[in-house]
Design a protein around this ligand. Structure first.
Ligand SMILES: CC(C)(COP(=O)(O)OP(=O)(O)OC[C@H]1O[C@@H](n2cnc3c(N)ncnc32)[C@H](O)[C@@H]1OP(=O)(O)O)[C@@H](O)C(=O)NCCC(=O)NCCS
Length: 156
């Protein structure tokens, strides 16, 4: 695989991030919004965004990204206030090449830098690749709700 660059997302990445989400929709791995406005609002300019890292190939194509958001009061994820909430999306054509693992190295460092107690990953119970990925990164089950399993990565 050609060398990848890992860097913080900026507003110009909204189309690239949306295109990753759209490829996941086309592969039947995502049902939610996937347009560039959603990508910008949700992952790039979100007020509680701690970090969003993109993985980019030599031609400037975004192959995947990982977001870390601070859980505030009444957050939609049901995560404990003060924890981080993580989301990871890799193009199906770029999956299982270690991109998710490399993204988590950066996210883990950001979580430590922000002195987070833990990170929540909430995954559909019918998503074995997501469950296996987070398990492999060191997340462990701590909550089950409405067809979703929440895993926690403890930092302290
Ligand atoms: C789940 C996902 C993030 C994994 O990203 P990835 O870049 O393919 O992961 P990596 O190649 O870095 O894999 C790291 C480890 O995770 C586990 N893993 C990843 N994909 C897996 C799969 N399909 N089946 C089983 N284990 C898997 C493995 O332990 C793997 O290590 P190994 O390849 O040395 O065995 C990616 O497939 C994806 O974006 N899926 C669709 C969106 C999604 O479900 N996101 C998670 C919920 S937000």
């Amino acid at each position: 695989m050609s060398p990848l660059t890992f860097r913080n997302a900026n507003e110009a990445d909204a189309e690239g991030i949306a295109s990753v989400l759209q490829e996941l929709v086309a592969a039947g791995k995502r049902q939610s919004a996937s347009d560039s406005e959603f990508a910008r609002a949700h992952y790039i300019t979100h007020s509680n965004n701690l970090q969003c890292t993109v993985a980019e190939d030599e031609d400037g194509n975004i192959l995947g990204f990982q977001a870390l958001i601070l859980a505030i009061e009444d957050n939609p994820y049901g995560a404990p206030v003060g924890w981080g909430v993580i989301g990871t999306h890799i193009r199906p054509t770029a999956a299982r090449r270690g991109i998710g693992r490399q993204l988590f190295e950066r996210t883990h460092a950001a979580a430590r830098a922000n002195n987070l107690e833990a990170i929540d990953a909430t995954i559909g119970a019918n998503n074995p690749e997501g469950l296996n990925y987070y398990e492999a990164m060191g997340f462990r089950d701590y909550r089950v709700s409405d067809g979703a399993i929440s895993k926690a990565f403890r930092l302290r």
